[in-house]
Design a protein around this ligand. Structure first.
Ligand SMILES: Nc1ncnc2c1ncn2[C@@H]1O[C@H](COP(=O)(O)OP(=O)(O)O)[C@@H](O)[C@H]1O
Ligand SMILES: N[C@@H](CCC(=O)OP(=O)(O)O)C(=O)O
Length: 373
């Protein structure tokens, strides 16, 4: 029996490019009007809402009269700047019909990687919710270069869910939900009704390829559900083409695929660590270290480290890999990369003799360590 979502009080609703722009033909005002109507109804039942809307590039391409989506970054950035105007205009005027205000929030990966800016974004979003304003979030595509992009708004929506501690992330897309195989290639694929967000089998069901206008495909949505689950949120993947999909959530008959959290909600600081997209280095662990991290929630000591990769400073984010190279955890490291190389394999009481100083007895303290596998 599926968990009902009727008690969820804070939702993030993400809509994909193909939906918002009627498959790239231009903003689908009718559909936007219908989502807004349903969101307003949810608000009246006491739900707080943040929207994450894609579509700036697809809308910009259409407005500029280009025959297809360009591949050059500067053209994508220009298209995003043009299309974003259309997006905010559409949401603002639809919500205005109900006397509600919207706020444009454009975020980059760097904004959320930096702890101070992350906290600022959190305060702002929460202030907007308190003011009864609907934040409409997108990636700040005009300044985000290839290396620092989220790339897909599913990831961004999951991080926004973490920022506002949402109960529910709704990902509206052009499919009725997650199928056991890509329905574009396998018409006989069947819809998954409910699963644990961290179920390892889910990723194998997804092809990486997005639709013509999307960017992350179903894989990005499953990964987003995992990220949201770490902060305690469930994710519903459903068709934005179904009329009444948001109303159905409120009445307990949500269509689509529900991916539920199976672990305890991480504390806020650990959510931020888990939400980071880029690591500065890697620590290879022996099997014993993997076991104590995973099963006993202990700190990582240098004695369990067999190799160090990358150049990083004290306080940077590093990934911890098992002997097969699979990431098992990530955390903020207490020693820089050259000190970590010196300490690898040694016990904590040797730190002073090896380095001439001791900052901490652990390489990564458990308060700064998050299991990711
Ligand atoms: N197992 C799967 N179940 C459903 N859709 C899948 C699956 N694997 C791949 N896909 C594809 O993912 C696409 C949705 O991703 P994407 O185009 O990025 O959407 P959006 O623009 O809404 O973010 C679908 O059109 C579908 O063809
Ligand atoms: N920031 C980009 C988002 C691209 C994107 O993630 O698209 P989608 O996979 O349709 O959600 C835009 O607005 O075009």
């Amino acid at each position: 029996m599926r968990k009902t979502l009727t008690d969820d009080r804070r939702w993030v609703i993400k809509v994909g490019s193909a939906l918002v722009t009627d498959n790239g033909q231009g903003l689908d005002h009718e559909r936007i009007r219908d989502w807004v109507r349903q969101m307003v109804a949810a608000r009246e039942r006491g739900v707080e809402l943040v929207m994450v809307s894609s579509g700036s590039v697809a809308e910009g391409v259409q407005r500029l009269g280009w025959p297809e989506r360009p591949s050059a970054l500067h053209q994508l950035q220009a298209a995003a700047a043009v299309g974003q105007m259309g997006l905010v205009q559409a949401y603002e005027s639809e919500f205005q019909r109900y006397g509600l205000k919207t706020a444009q929030v454009l975020l980059t990966h760097e904004d959320l990687a930096d702890r101070q800016r992350y906290l600022n974004a959190r305060v702002t979003l929460r202030a907007l919710l308190e003011l009864g304003v609907i934040p409409v979030v997108n990636e700040n595509d005009t300044v985000a270069t290839e290396e620092i992009r989220f790339g897909d708004n599913d990831t961004l929506a999951a991080l926004v869910s973490n920022l506002i501690e949402a109960d529910l992330l709704v990902i509206l897309t052009d499919q009725p939900g997650l199928f056991d195989r890509d329905p574009r290639a396998f018409p006989e694929a069947t819809l998954v009704d409910e699963a644990a967000a961290d179920d390892a089998g889910l990723l194998a069901m997804c092809s990486d390829a997005p639709g013509v206008l999307g960017s992350g495909g179903m894989r990005a949505k499953v990964l987003a559900a995992r990220r949201a689950a770490r902060a305690g949120a469930a994710t519903l993947i459903a068709s934005g083409r179904d009329t009444g999909v948001l109303e159905a959530i409120a009445t307990g008959h949500a269509p689509g695929t529900l991916l539920t959290p199976s672990r305890e909600r991480l504390v806020a600081r650990k959510q931020w660590i888990a939400g980071q997209l880029q690591v500065q280095g890697k620590l290879w662990l022996d099997a014993g270290a993997v076991a104590v991290l995973r099963d006993q929630g202990r700190s990582l000591l240098a004695v369990g480290v067999t190799g160090v990769e990358g150049v990083f400073g004290r306080g940077d984010l590093v990934a911890c890999l098992d002997p097969q190279g699979q990431e098992v955890a990530r955390g903020l490291v207490n020693y820089d990369s050259s000190a970590a190389r010196t300490l690898a394999g040694s016990s904590s009481d040797q730190i002073e003799a090896l380095l001439g100083y001791v900052t901490e007895p652990e390489l990564v303290h458990r308060d700064n360590l998050v299991l990711t596998a």
